[in-house]
Design a protein around this ligand. Structure first.
Ligand code: T1G
Length: 683
């Protein structure tokens, strides 16, 4: 293993370069080498100053995240992060951080243990540990308030969002931001004989303890709203507040205690699982090299089609947009223009950038014109098998050889669509989630004939669109919708058996789901859900009840939010209110069918809906319709509002214990029949 820290001399300045691909994460080897190199420099009379930088495009991406599950499991001793930082900070000669790219987590903490920080304009500084269920554990909660003040430090450590270089300069974290090479600037600065300014000795940015406490109260309310149920944000707030109250070493002790507490918790194990699951999902073993995608086309300019066109434009890929109805095309383009104008107004991008992206989206007069030059074509027309087959037949005639022909369908059969072409090997599903420019998840659905090269091209394309792709088999509903159906079916069944809609939904939102299963039905629309259920029955999906109360809602004109009532009544701001009329209809429906009514506890509601969800996931794994259990976790965290701090449905089920879940499924099977037949995966 080449040495993790390279040394070079620039006159009497020693330049240390951390080289630990791919992102210079801090492993124990790197930290040992780094601290030793700084201490050698301290003792070397020929060295007057030290510059510390990272090889490649990042300074340091933080501590090596893969260490944490091993430390938490007791497989390796805890890493004395803070001591390594102190050894750098205690160097009697000036140590200057030269930062490019990411200085995140332990990376920013290392930079703050240096005496000065010089960054490139493209650098970013952040403490994203809370996104992993942790808090800064290498002194960040004590040094950051000494550089940027308690309020800014509390904000950065409790929400985890990074600052760009200009913001970090303004906050007092960076001392200089340069357009050129930060290493060169750091060496020049080192030659001016800067002071040895230990961050721990800076006191003037710290506020009084009582002021820190009142700030902490404000941030606690903020994180309760924005990150409900999560423990790390509050621990981060408490650790930063300690910096205003305690001497530095005692502040470090407070940080260490709070860090250890988070590391031992379920939530950090779950969030770290999701971090690696996202990256594993995008990799599929054994696929050939992808074909390049230089130009794209989208067929259908409705909400999804226009949103998908925006994804291409945002990724710098020119895209033709076509719709059979010129008015729909005009409406689609107008909607896109409005989105970019809003982004400019919010300061998310400048006029010029918005214009460049808008320019990349070109309206096409005809489908053939749209498809003619495209390397990848995404169909996003109405969810009707006939219409889709017709579009694919035309695409087959118009598209270039080797072009990727993707459908955005959410529940139709990929093989049936592919059969409308003479090139089924180029056809697959690219199932985006609404709103496409925002939701990161894309299910890449292979049909029986889909060629590996087409799948590889779709995965690479999804990555270029800054999406998180997950490979799925062509079963009904692929991964997400297939599992969401029995989960919602259980919620409807509980309502039919006496449960109150708002209690059913509250049981799941109180558990961490972004929305209750019945409220989701109102959001998507009961006409859409009825179509999905009908398609499920047509495809012979087992264990889907032939009828359910929810199927009555469209007939009763209760389509959900779009018609002002569904399971709930909606006021003009679409806020849901319990609806006595709905309860009357529900109880009448049950009485007419002799459905026994019973009381339901929160635990029972959670158990039936969540076990229905994970048992379907287990069936998907039995059938090989997902590559790995963690892919299912990625789908639910990024597409269905499943709480990331529970790791995703399959991680959560495994944390309960597969044997325990199996026993509960068998008990429900005995009590309630074959719907609960446990998948083989549990054994
Ligand atoms: N540790 C281990 N591996 C990491 C890593 C890390 N910190 N960061 C990235 N990787 C891997 C990643 O799994 C992928 O691997 C490859 O690097 C490229 O990553 C004590 C407790 C830096 C903005 O949370 O935000 O410090 O899939 O695809 O899009 O106080 O990586 O190629 O095998 O994301 O260019 C805090 C996490 C850690 C930052 C680059 N730091 N990383 O984005 O590449 S906890 C973070 C990122 C900590 C201390 C605390 C991003 C990036 P593979 P990538 P990218």
């Amino acid at each position: 293993m080449p040495e993790a820290v390279k040394e070079a001399r620039r006159g009497n300045v020693l330049v240390l370069t951390i080289d630990n691909p791919p992102v210079n994460a801090l492993s124990v080897e790197v930290l040992d080498a780094l601290a030793a190199a700084v201490e050698r420099a301290a003792a070397d009379s020929a060295v007057e100053a030290v510059v510390l930088t990272g090889a490649g495009k990042n300074f340091i991406a933080g501590a090596d995240i893969s260490l944490f599950p091993r430390i938490a499991a007791g497989e390796m001793p805890p890493v004395p992060w803070q001591q390594y930082m102190n050894r750098i900070e205690n160097c009697p000669k000036p140590v200057i951080a030269a930062i490019q790219g990411a200085a995140l987590g332990g990376g920013l903490e290392t930079a703050m243990a240096c005496h000065w920080r010089i960054a490139a304009r493209t650098a970013q500084a952040g403490q994203p540990e809370v996104k992993l269920g942790l808090i800064p554990g290498a002194g960040g909660t004590q040094r950051l308030p000494r550089l940027a003040g308690v309020e800014k430090a509390m904000e950065m450590c409790s929400y985890g969002d990074p600052l760009d270089a200009a913001e970090a300069l303004a906050a007092g974290i960076f001392d200089q931001v340069v357009d050129g090479d930060p290493v060169e600037a750091a060496v020049q600065f080192a030659l001016t004989g800067p002071a040895v300014r230990r961050t721990r000795d800076l006191q003037d940015r710290l506020c009084a303890p009582e002021q820190a406490e009142s700030l902490a109260e404000v941030f606690r309310q903020g994180v309760h709203r924005r990150m409900p149920h999560q423990k790390a944000p509050e621990a981060a707030i408490e650790a930063v507040a300690a910096a205003a109250r305690l001497p530095f070493e005692e502040g470090l002790a407070a940080e260490r205690r709070l860090f250890e507490q988070c590391l031992r918790g379920e939530q950090s194990r779950a969030l770290i699982h999701v971090f690696f699951a996202e990256r594993a999902a995008a990799k599929a073993a054994g696929l050939p090299a992808p074909r390049p995608v230089g130009r794209a086309a989208v067929i259908g300019a409705g909400t999804m089609g226009a949103g998908i066109a925006v994804c291409f434009a945002n990724a710098g890929i020119p895209v033709m947009l076509y719709d059979a109805s010129p008015e729909a095309l005009e409406r689609g383009l107008a909607g896109i223009r409005k989105q970019y104008e809003a982004a400019v107004k919010k300061g998310r991008m400048d006029e010029a950038e918005a214009a460049r992206r808008m320019e990349r989206i070109r309206p096409a007069e005809g489908l053939a014109e749209a498809a003619a030059e495209a390397d990848a074509i995404v169909e996003a027309v109405f969810e009707d098998p006939e219409v889709k087959r017709e579009v694919f037949c035309e695409l087959d005639a118009a598209a270039r050889p080797g072009a990727l022909l993707a459908t955005n369908t959410s529940t139709l059969d990929i093989d049936e669509i592919a059969a409308a072409t003479k090139r089924p090997e180029s056809v697959l599903g690219l199932h985006f989630f609404s709103p496409a420019p925002v939701m990161k998840l894309v299910e890449v659905v292979r049909g029986r004939a889909t060629a590996p090269e087409a799948a590889a091209t779709a995965l690479e394309l999804a990555r270029r669109l800054k999406k998180i792709p997950v490979l799925a088999g062509n079963c009904f509903g692929f991964i997400g919708n297939r599992m969401f159906l029995p989960y919602r079916t259980q919620a409807v069944a509980i309502a039919e058996q006496g449960g109150a809609p708002e209690e059913i939904d509250a049981a799941l939102t109180g558990w961490g789901m972004a929305m209750g299963p019945l409220a989701v039905g109102d959001l998507v629309g009961h006409d859409v859900w009825l179509m999905i259920r009908r398609e499920a029955l047509r495809r012979g999906v087992p264990h889907i009840p032939v009828s359910a109360f929810e199927d009555e809602l469209p007939r009763l004109g209760r389509l959900g939010q779009k018609s002002g009532s569904g399971w709930y009544r909606y006021d003009e701001n679409r806020r849901p209110q319990p609806d006595p009329e709905l309860i009357r209809l529900l109880r009448e429906y049950a009485a007419a069918r002799g459905i026994e009514q019973r009381p339901w506890t929160v635990e029972q509601i959670r158990e039936r809906t969540l076990l229905a969800l994970v048992n379907e996931g287990a069936r998907i794994l039995d059938e090989g319709m997902a590559e790995r259990a963690s892919d299912i976790d990625v789908v639910f965290v990024h597409g269905f509002g499943f709480p990331a701090w529970r790791g995703g449905p399959m991680h959560w089920a495994e944390a309960q214990g597969k044997a325990r879940v199996l026993a509960r499924l068998e008990a429900l099977y005995d009590e309630d029949g074959p719907f609960w037949k446990p998948a083989a995966w549990w054994r």
